[in-house]
Each structure stands twice: as C-alpha cells, then as structure tokens.
Design a protein around this ligand. Structure first.
Ligand SMILES: Nc1ncnc2c1ncn2[C@@H]1O[C@H](COP(=O)(O)OP(=O)(O)OP(=O)(O)O)[C@@H](O)[C@H]1O
Ligand SMILES: [Mg+2]
Length: 249
C-alpha cells in the first residue's frame, strides 16, 4: 500500500520535472539573414530563466522564434510536451505563452484601460483589472491617461499587466527594466518574484544582470545565435569572471 503511494508520488514528481518549454537546435531567419544557429535551452514550470548576452546576440530573436513571430524557423520548440515549431503565433498565444516586447507596444492613441483590454483572453484564470491594479497601483491612477502620456515605467507596467489579463501562464519579458529608474526597476523585480510565487513561469531577457540576479533561478548566455553557457543562480559568483568576459562589462 505504502509502496504504491510512494511510486505514484515518484511518478508524479518526475512528470512535473519535464520542462515546460524545451528548445532544441532552434534556427531562425529574418528574410535571408540567418540569425539563430541551433539554440538549445529549457525552462521548467515555475522557474525564472534569464537569457543574457551582448547587443545583437540573438536574445530577442530567440523569444520571437519561440512565439512564432519570425520569417522562418526550424528545429524543435516543445511547450507542455507538444511540438509547436510549425504552430502559428496565434495558436501559440492560445496555448498560454505571452510575449512582452522590448518596445512595449503600448498604443499611444488608447488610454490605459483600452490598452489593458486590447489583447483577447486566451485562457481562463487571467488577472482581473483589480488584480492588475493591486500589482501596479500606478496604473489605476492613470486609468484614463493616453498611452503617450505615460512614463517609461508606467508603460512597462501596462505592458506586463496587459499580458497577465490574457490568462497566459508562461511569460516572455524582453528587457523589462531597460531605461527605467532604479525605484521602478525594483518594483518590476518585486512583481516578477510575486508572479513566480503565484506559479507563473518566466523567460526573461536582460542586459542588467545585477537585476537578473535578484529574480533568476538560472541563466543562459547567448552569443552569435547560440547558447554558449548556462548556470544556476547559486553558481553566479563562481561564474562572475566568465560572465564579465561574455558580456564585455
Ligand atoms: N528585423 C530584422 N531583420 C534583419 N535582421 C535583424 C532583424 N532584427 C534583428 N536582426 C539582427 O539579428 C541579430 C540578433 O538580433 P536580436 O535583436 O535578436 O539581438 P539581441 O540579443 O536581442 O540584442 P539587443 O541586446 O540589442 O536587444 C542582430 O544581428 C540584428 O541586427
Ligand atoms: Mg533584444
């Protein structure tokens, strides 16, 4: 009896250890430009994984290739153990993957409420507007402000809040702290930790590894369209010299 329960528990545990996202030999092109040359990494459910790398290394392209918003891609992208390399970006979104782009994509002519309501819900369980305002109180105060009137920090909060409404549980955030004041960066950090605690899985692109170190479970280094190294947050200190070399900082 006890044995059966134990083996069931072991089975459940090992099933839950399968990566939520598994990327293998991913190649991607913009037109004739071959940008990704066999990217390999995975993200387990509940993790915050950060892609680090120099400008032009292929970090954004990797997120776009996972999302299916790139001219051509090949290799394997498995989400919840299903192959999505030939799946349209629409359907990928409906499977519960959300992408928050570097340029944030806030519509200038729409106000905060309209921007929040814009992306369609893809699944049940998305955050309500009240839950989003609880995460980002500034947004409630700016509800009727047009996109153009928002600060960079408010735009970033709106861009993250907007994808939380959709019900996606796997979030890809491209440089969410870029150009923001330290106090706002701290708030974004708190939000990422809170989302992780609530069971979201997050793939983050960051140039700012001091920020990344406050939220990430693991890192991968992207260089010339490949993953050249990876390590856990606990190994960060012992990898600092290498990291400085990789990032040129
Ligand atoms: N739309 C595009 N068409 C053609 N080439 C592109 C396009 N977007 C990016 N590239 C090229 O692809 C390569 C990888 O770019 P990518 O934006 O993925 O880099 P990144 O690691 O995100 O850099 P950054 O840190 O500057 O955001 C670069 O050489 C870039 O010039
Ligand atoms: Mg980029």
């Amino acid at each position: 009896m006890v044995d059966v329960q134990t083996s069931d528990a072991v089975r459940t545990k090992s099933a839950s250890l399968a990566p939520l996202l598994s990327v293998q030999n991913l190649e991607a092109w913009y037109g004739e430009s071959h940008i990704l040359h066999g990217v390999d990494f995975d993200v387990k459910a509940g993790e915050v994984v950060t892609l680090l790398g120099r400008n032009g290394a292929g970090k954004t392209t990797t997120l776009k290739a996972v999302m299916g918003i790139i001219g051509k891609r090949s290799g394997s992208v498995r989400f919840e153990e299903r192959e999505i390399i030939r799946t349209s970006s629409d359907r990928i979104a409906r499977m519960g993957i959300a992408f928050c782009p570097e340029e944030r994509g806030i519509f200038a002519s729409l106000d905060v409420r309209e921007n929040l309501l814009l992306p369609p819900a893809v699944r049940n369980g998305g955050l309500s507007l009240d839950q989003i305002f609880e995460l980002f109180p500034n947004l409630r105060e700016r509800l009727a402000s047009q996109g153009t009137k928002l600060s960079g920090g408010e735009q970033q909060m709106l861009a993250i809040g907007r994808i939380l409404r959709t019900g996606a549980r796997f979030l890809m955030l491209d440089e969410p702290t870029e150009g923001l004041a330290p106090v706002i960066i701290q708030q974004i950090g708190h939000t990422i930790k809170r989302l992780k605690n609530e069971g979201f899985t997050i793939l983050l692109v960051e140039q700012n590894f001091r920020f990344a170190a406050t939220v990430a479970d693991r890192y991968y280094i992207v260089e010339h369209g490949r993953i050249i190294d990876g390590f856990a947050n606990a190994e960060l200190q012992s990898n600092m010299d290498k990291l400085h070399t990789y990032l040129g900082v």
